[in-house]
Each structure stands twice: as C-alpha cells, then as structure tokens.
Write a protein that binds this ligand. Structure first.
Ligand code: ZN
Ligand code: FE
Ligand code: FE
Ligand code: FE
Length: 261
C-alpha cells in the first residue's frame, strides 16, 4: 500500500486491516453458529454476530472521521485515494478462520466440536483484541479522541465476547468434551487424580481463565480492570500504559533492575 510517513498513516493501515478482519468474521460466524450444539454457545455466537455488524458500522464511522481530518490537507489526497479501498485483506484472520474451518470439518463428536468452535472463536477474539488495542493506543497518541473512544467501545465488546466464551469453555463445554459421547472411560485412579491433572491442564489451556484470557495476555490492554473502575477515570489515571513500547520498556527496565540487583 501507499507510503506510511507517520503514526496516522499506520493507524489508517491498521483500520483497513481490522475492517477486513471483521468482514471475514461476519462471513465465518454463521457456519460456526450452525455447527454449535450447546445452546449457550449458539446464543453467544449469535449475539456476537449482531455485535460484529455494529462493529463494522463503527469502523465506517472511524474511517469517515479519519478522512474528514485529511480533507483539509490536500497534499495527502494521493495517499487517501489508495486508502480504505477495501482491497487490503487481513491474512492473519484468513489464516485463523481457515484453520478453524479445517478443524470443524473433521468428523467430531458434537461436544468436542463445541470445544473446538470456542477455541477457534477465541483465537479470532484475541486477534481483534490486540488489533483494536493497538489502534486505540495510536488514536490516543494522536489525540483523535472520538476515534479512540469508538475503538475502545469495540475493544470492550471483544473482551466481553472472549470472557463469555472462556466461561462457557471452562464452566461446562470442556468438561463435556473430555468425556465425549461416553466412549472414553476413565479409570478410577485417573478420576481421583483429576484435580491435580486439571491444574496442569488449566495452565496450558487457551481458555483457562487465569492464564489465557486475553485480559492478561493481550498487549495494550487498559491498565485498570474495566468492570471495577469507571472507564473514563481509569483512562485518565493511566492513559499511557496502553502503549506497547512503554510497556515493553518498562518490562526491560524491571528486568535490568533485577539483573543489576
Ligand atoms: Zn497493508
Ligand atoms: Fe469484532
Ligand atoms: Fe491483520
Ligand atoms: Fe469479535
């Protein structure tokens, strides 16, 4: 695509990418919904499909806001004409969806299928969380408050969707998938060591609440927990924490402090 001379150009590029991702998600969700057996999972995905349609509209507003700002700057027109053309394809989302579709096309027990669908859906959500988190931080940095707030609204929705899927997975669906259709029998001894095994399992499982949930793993996550603190207050208190560079350098500083004693 066109040259990127500054952070705003990079933001526009990223909005193009997220837009493509959302379009691909809109296309992929219906098949995931129809393959879901668990009613709560079906409902969660149906709800997120509606939310995703709104998110696409929100991105149209973001694009308009970014274009408006550019209209005064005629020298950028050449760049703009090649921008938001809808030709950029997010290859990462294409890959995540392609992998998911391959898994879902396997001959699978319905309960295992539900677990697989959640796994795929959470990869999608995590990609969105990282993308919206980054874009929101850029918009913040650029002082594009309305853009930042639109992106943050969507970011919160992606977190909510991910949380809901984690609850379904860890709460019921992974357990059901564990025994499948009942063909697999667990021995008594394995049954008794289950709690131990589960601890291990939760550490590596992508939807294990404590470890994976993008709340903790996604970069550029708001510093304050969204549910306990009012959004605006949290943002005001720690606006710069969202930047990945700063987070990284902070980490590095911590590390070197540790190393240095
Ligand atoms: Zn590009
Ligand atoms: Fe989305
Ligand atoms: Fe992408
Ligand atoms: Fe999403």
């Amino acid at each position: 695509m066109a040259n990127m001379n500054d952070l705003k150009d990079l933001l526009k590029h990223d909005i193009d990418d997220i837009y493509s991702a959302e379009e691909q998600i809109l296309e992929a969700l219906p098949a995931m919904i129809s393959k879901s057996q668990n009613e709560l999972l079906k409902k969660a995905l149906e709800d997120h499909l509606k939310v995703t349609e709104e998110q696409k509209n929100r991105l149209d507003r973001v694009k308009n806001l970014l274009m408006e700002g550019e209209e005064q700057n005629k020298s950028n027109k050449g760049f703009l004409s090649g921008l938001f053309s809808g030709t950029h394809k997010c290859k990462a989302m294409a890959g995540i969806i392609d992998e998911g579709q391959k898994v879902m096309s396997e001959d699978m027990d319905a309960e295992v299928m539900d677990a697989a669908i959640i796994g795929c859906a959470q990869k999608v959500e995590h990609y969105e969380i990282t993308s919206y988190g980054t874009a929101r931080a850029y918009a913040d940095e650029l002082g594009l408050n309305e853009v930042a707030s639109l992106l943050e609204t969507t970011l919160d929705e992606e977190y909510d969707a991910d949380d809901r899927l984690t609850e379904l997975a860890v709460g019921t669906i992974n357990k059901k998938a564990e025994s499948g259709s009942g063909k697999m029998r667990r021995s008594a001894s394995r049954e008794s060591s289950r709690s131990e095994g589960n601890k291990e399992n939760k550490r590596s499982n992508s939807n294990a609440k404590k470890t994976s949930n993008a709340e903790r793993s996604a970069p550029q996550k708001k510093a304050a927990p969204k549910k306990s603190a009012p959004k605006k207050a949290a943002k005001k208190a720690a606006p710069k924490k969202a930047s990945p560079k700063k987070a990284a350098s902070k980490k590095a500083a911590k590390k070197s402090a540790k190393a240095g004693g």
